[in-house]
Each structure stands twice: as C-alpha cells, then as structure tokens.
Design a protein around this ligand. Structure first.
Ligand SMILES: [Mg+2]
Length: 400
C-alpha cells in the first residue's frame, strides 16, 4: 500500500503555529499585491472567502480586505519539512517528496514491523501533530494516484483509506476533475461528451475517447480504471527535482509568472541543497490554456545547487518564450536534472549564466556564499530580515 501525506495549508499553518494570535484568522503566505504577488498558501479561514493558492494576492484582497498577507520564510518551511520527513523515515525508507509538504510513502515492506498501512498512517499523523503541532492529511491506497485523491478528499485533517477491493467503488462517483491533469478545459470537453463522473469515463467506449481526447484520453481511461503502475521513487534515486504550480485562473501577466517561477526555483534549490545533489540541466515547463504543454531546457557546463545559477538559467528560458509572445498560462514548472551528488567538481564560470542578472544586488557576490549566509540566517531568525525570495517579497526589476 501507498500512503500520500499532505500537510494542510502548510506555509500558513507553520506561520500560525509560530504566531498563535493568527489562529482562526484569514492568513495567506505570499507576495504583496503591489508587487503583483501570488498566494503561496492560504489558511482555512482565508479559504472561506474563496481564496486559493496560486491566486494573485490582489484578487485575494478583493475577496477579503482584512486578509493578513505574510512574506514567506522558505528556510523555516524547509526545516519543518525535514522534520516531517524524519518522522516518515521511522516507518519506511521509501519516501518520494513531491514538494516541501507532500510525499508518497511505500510501506509495503514495513507492515510486518509496524502493522497494516492504515495503522502506520495513523501513527505518523499523530506524531506530526504531537511533535510539530501541525496537521497532515493522509490517503492510504494501493497506488499513488488513488492515495493522492484520498488524502485530498476530506481535507483538512483528512484520513481516507481505500482498500484494493474498493478501488472502483471509491473512484466511480467522483467527478472527472479529480483525475490527475484534468483542469477546467478538459473538464468542459468531457462534460460536452456527457462524461461527468469517473464511472462515465470508465464506461465510455475506447474508440470514442481516443477519437476525442487522443493519447491523453487513453491515459485518463487507465486512471479511471484505477491503474497507476508508477513506483515510489526516493529523492536519492530521483533523476530530477521539480516543482510546478497550476494557477487558479489562467495567467498572462509576465510579472506574476516570474514571481511564481522564482518561488518554485527557491523550493527546488532548497531541496537540492538539503539532499546535497547538484544538477546540470535546468528545465522550464509551461502549459497553456489550451493544454498544449512545452518544456525548454538548458544544460550548464557544471553542476550547481545554487539558487542564483538556477534562477538565472530558468529565467532566461522564460524570457525567451515571452519574446515570442505567450498565450495565457495554466501551469508553470521548473526542474533540475543531470544530477551529480557531493561537492562541486567545477565552479560555474560567469559565462555559463545569462548576463542580464535579475538580481543586481547579488550579481557580484559568489552564489554559494549567498546561499550559505541566507540559509544560516534564515534557519536562525527566519527570512524576515534577509530574504531574496523575490517570489514572495518584492517585484522583479525589468530584465529587458
Ligand atoms: Mg499541502
């Protein structure tokens, strides 16, 4: 069995834990409205106003003028994330983090020692609450895709177990929007074909689905039948580390895209440094409102895990796309592959990265020193004092 563990409103919950006066109030962690920031996490009190992550902060403030907008403290969240993973690791070494606050756990080999998967999930949930004063929602299921749906189903504070025998009865009544990758557009298309529930999709003739939705439709049909052969892959064995954000509404504001991309880059870089893995290949992923998806990659001459190098490279990839004119964006992601573990063999030369530095204040400093100093200070004081989390704090200077 697979467990999907997903922290509730993670960044916001950590802030509320640190500042108990915020409890019950509408709180988001994210960029300021003036700098066209985006909500990175919303407390459940904020969600009652329809505020969601990946929504422009300006929109969120329109919905709730008394909203409390906090800048992010990525170092603190990363540290808490490490503590959460340490709790997971008591039960299984097979942990696949999807982000700082979400992971798959393969517990198949752990049951003789710790009892059945639901019991392990219960114990982990309790330990996270007792030791970290944070709430994690759990989904327990035969595969990753179903475990992920299950963890989300009763959020917040969810706990859903799907037994192998019950997979189809669990999936069938759910709306097709629950399927991985089905956004508003695909949902509309499916609805137009009178496919509303996962059962509708499962019962639709294969030929019909292929005709209307192509290869992607076949993947959806597989999911509708509960098939998902993907194994849990640990971060150590991962070929890449990536983060992506699906927007609550399609975005064509370049500053918002840069701001979100900066935040994603920061999170990827954090995870790489924590794992001590360095990568050479930087990838940008964009999905447009019509679901067309492109990826663009650039390989550096040496491996790195420094935020500055990764940010410059991925920003250059984005800027290139922008010059050719972009349709509205549904999803943006960045990832780093081409891993090499351990210490750097070679320092990146100045010529490896684009010259139009988005971050003039740091342009002449050494990337590693900045990371180290920022990491240290953040760890001790939080990054209220020192931050370059552009995505969360301030607008980017123009780059062209
Ligand atoms: Mg979460």
């Amino acid at each position: 069995m697979i467990i999907h563990a997903d922290m509730d409103a993670f960044f916001a919950s950590v802030e509320i834990r640190e500042q108990p006066a915020l409890r019950g109030r509408p709180v988001v962690v994210g960029g300021q409205a003036e700098s066209r920031g985006v909500v990175a996490a919303a407390s459940y009190a904020a969600r009652q106003y329809g505020i969601r992550s990946a929504m422009p902060t300006a929109t969120a403030l329109k919905r709730c003028p008394e909203l409390i907008v906090l800048p992010g403290r990525m170092a603190l969240y990363s540290e808490v994330s490490r503590q959460i993973q340490a709790i997971f690791a008591r039960y299984t070494p097979l942990i696949e983090p999807l982000s700082l606050d979400e992971a798959f756990l393969d517990v198949n080999a752990s049951t003789t020692l710790f009892g059945p998967a639901p019991q392990i999930a219960r114990e982990i949930k309790q330990a996270v609450l007792d030791e970290l004063q944070l709430v994690v929602s759990m989904g327990v299921a035969p595969n990753k895709f179903i475990a992920k749906i299950a963890s989300d189903l009763q959020k917040p504070n969810g706990f859903v177990v799907v037994k192998t025998a019950n997979v189809q009865t669990f999936l069938d009544p759910l709306p097709v929007s629950r399927l991985w990758g089905v956004g508003k557009i695909t949902e509309k298309k499916l609805h137009a074909q009178r496919i509303h529930s996962i059962a509708d999709l499962r019962h639709a003739p294969e030929q019909f689905i292929r005709q209307h939705f192509g290869q992607y439709g076949e993947q959806l049909r597989q999911l509708a039948q509960g098939h998902d052969p993907r194994a849990v892959i640990t971060e150590r064995d991962a070929k890449s580390i990536s983060h992506e954000t699906t927007f609550a509404q399609d975005i064509n504001d370049v500053e918002i895209l840069r701001s979100v991309l900066s935040n994603l880059t920061e999170q990827v870089a954090w995870r790489m440094r924590r794992q001590n893995v360095q990568g050479r290949t930087v990838q940008l992923k964009l999905r447009f409102d019509d679901f067309h998806t492109i990826t663009r990659a650039h390989s550096l001459s040496a491996t790195t895990y420094h935020t500055r190098d990764l940010w410059r490279t991925v920003l250059q990839l984005l800027n290139k796309e922008i010059t050719s004119g972009l349709p509205p964006i549904r999803l943006i992601g960045m990832g780093v592959g081409g891993f090499d573990t351990g210490e750097p063999h070679a320092q990146l030369s100045l010529f490896d990265v684009p010259h139009d530095s988005p971050d003039p204040a740091h342009a002449h400093s050494e990337a590693g020193n900045i990371d180290k100093i920022t990491d240290d200070i953040n760890r001790r004081f939080g990054n209220k004092l020192l931050s370059r989390a552009r995505g969360l704090r301030r607008p980017l200077p123009p780059t062209n």
